[in-house]
Ligand binder design. Sequence first.
Ligand code: FES
Length: 122
Amino acid sequence: MTKTYKVTIHHRQENRIQTIEVPEDQYILATAEKQAVEPPFSCRNGACTTCAVRVLEGKLYQPEAMGLSPELQRKGYALLCVSYPRSDLVVETQDEDEVYELQFGRYFGRGKVRFGIPIEDD
Ligand code: FES
């Protein structure tokens, strides 16, 4: 039998807290959308980090979260689009671009890095 867990999402930018029921074999983001709860997202496939949250309580499973470094996963960040619940959860949305900047730095993709090679200042 499939277990279902309660996932509480604190959407900090909109000051909204919503709780949804998510089966253990369903992605949290997809289930949230079906229940008319829309946390921020973009790619839906674990690459862009738009849907990143901080996990405040509980456990989830995110084997396809390729956009999130193992270090940030250990620090308690997760990508809702590719996360399955493994217990009841409480998560909160990140600050704007928080995870992106933690991984790539503030200047990546903004003119300081081209084709993946840092530009030397000489
Ligand atoms: S929506 Fe892009 S990583 Fe989740």
